[in-house]
Design a protein around this ligand. Structure first.
Ligand SMILES: Nc1ncnc2c1ncn2[C@@H]1O[C@H](COP(=O)(O)OP(=O)(O)OP(=O)(O)O)[C@@H](O)[C@H]1O
Ligand SMILES: [Mg+2]
Length: 397
């Protein structure tokens, strides 16, 4: 296992992403620590890609907050607006003391809306300022102490780093590897251009630096220098996904979101790409949000796993714990679908079907995401919570 500390890199809090009537992501929360691989699993349409796209700021999120390195990079306002509506309703029948309380509450919510809108809009600009300041602080004493030839060289380096800082965005520190390696590569761009593109956008102009980075990363992903001048259609599916990995890794991102990077590939090629990512993860100390619809793909690769069902996180635990004690019936059903290389087991293996309507009665007793065992969370109501604790509580160490 790679070295780990407890620094939280990404914190997703009560994230909602609605598209008209579709609640693609509906109030999910999780964190990813530096150096960790977090697997996000669930069937087609449950909101995995939407979660990833929300994190890289492709949407104005509906509600909740996303923090990257303790800075809020995205914030939505629906929960605050709803709270105001509810408070106004209550106000109609409230006594004067309660009314005053509600008025203060509404003022608070308005302030939260204002601050959410501000962060949503300005996170990148604020970040750019911080980066720019860091460069100033680094160079000020150096410039003051230097003279002649040395000063001239230093000034050049200073100007260069300032330019890079001015182009820094949170989103350049978060890179996404896309689901479909064919659609995500521009057919008119060579491999070299594809991989170099992000560097150029970031403000890198030095051809020698770009060359060095592109060729180094090509080798890292198991391609060769000769491949650089070729076009995507000249490559196999597995190779194309290696190009996708190279394009992300070359930016030296703090976080990689790998959205089903292998599901479009032949089974025989899947393992190669997974092994490559596992390799790079240890070599470069990457932090990865790994999205998949199949638990068997994420099992050995993820430190922790979140299981999604229709926009909700229904279970979250360490990878080992989840496979040892799958609690939510949907997780159990996903697990029952994984074949094992054991004929005896296979003979007895029965697929468990998940039918939410017969599995839960949420008509009165409403569900929420709760810690059933230490660091093991399940979406459940009071009655289920008590039952899960009775069934599994004694097994916690
Ligand atoms: N831009 C959009 N506009 C409207 N609806 C959308 C949009 N993007 C996603 N959706 C809907 O949101 C839901 C979640 O979609 P999403 O792509 O996040 O699922 P997914 O878990 O990634 O599925 P898959 O495994 O098939 O990739 C789906 O019902 C989808 O139709
Ligand atoms: Mg998807």
């Amino acid at each position: 296992m790679s070295e780990k500390n407890d620094q939280v890199l990404l914190r997703v809090e009560n994230l909602c992403q609605y598209f008209k009537t579709t609640k693609a992501v509906d109030d999910i929360s999780f964190t990813i620590k530096k150096g960790e691989v977090f697997g996000l699993v669930g069937e087609s349409g449950c909101g995995k890609t939407t979660t990833g796209r929300a994190i890289i700021k492709l949407y104005n999120i509906t509600s909740g907050s996303i923090y990257f390195k303790d800075r809020r990079i995205s914030a939505g306002t629906l929960s605050y607006r709803k709270a105001i509506t509810d408070a106004r309703k209550e106000m109609r029948t409230a006594d004067p003391a309660r009314k005053a309380e509600l008025e203060r509450f509404i003022a608070e919510q308005k302030e939260l809306i204002r601050s959410a809108r501000y962060d949503q809009k300005n996170a990148d600009k604020l970040y750019e300022d911080v980066m720019s300041q860091e460069v100033d602080e680094k160079y000020k004493p150096l410039l003051a102490a230097a003279s002649g030839e040395e000063l001239w060289a230093l000034q050049k380096k200073y100007a260069y780093e300032k330019r890079i800082a001015a182009n820094q965005r949170f989103t350049t520190q978060i890179q996404m590897i896309f689901q479909d390696p064919i659609a995500s590569l521009d057919p008119r761009m060579t491999v070299y251009e594809t991989i170099a593109e992000g560097l150029v956008i970031r403000g890198e102009k030095d051809k020698a630096v770009i060359d060095e980075k592109v060729y180094r990363v090509l080798e890292m992903v198991g391609l060769v220098r000769d491949h650089a001048s070729r076009y995507p259609h000249e490559f196999s599916g597995g190779q194309r996904q290696r190009i996708g990995v190279a394009r992300a890794v070359v930016m030296e991102p703090e976080l990689i979101i790998a959205d089903e990077p292998v599901s479009a590939l032949d089974v025989s090629i899947q393992a190669q790409v997974i092994n490559l990512m596992n390799d790079l993860r240890h070599k470069l100390g990457l932090t990865i949000l790994f999205i998949a619809h199949d638990l068997s793909v994420v099992k050995y690769f993820s430190d922790r796993i979140g299981v999604m069902y229709y926009g909700k996180l229904v279970e979250m635990a360490s990878s080992d714990e989840l496979f040892l004690h799958p609690i939510h019936p949907y997780t159990q059903s996903l697990l029952s679908a994984i074949p094992r290389p054991d004929p005896l087991f296979e003979k007895q293996r029965r697929r468990i079907k998940y039918d939410p309507l017969s599995a839960h009665d949420y008509s009165v007793d409403k569900p929420s995401f709760r810690e059933v065992l230490p660091d093991h969370f399940v979406y459940c109501n009071d009655e289920e919570f008590a039952a899960y604790q009775r069934a599994y509580g004694g097994q916690a160490e």
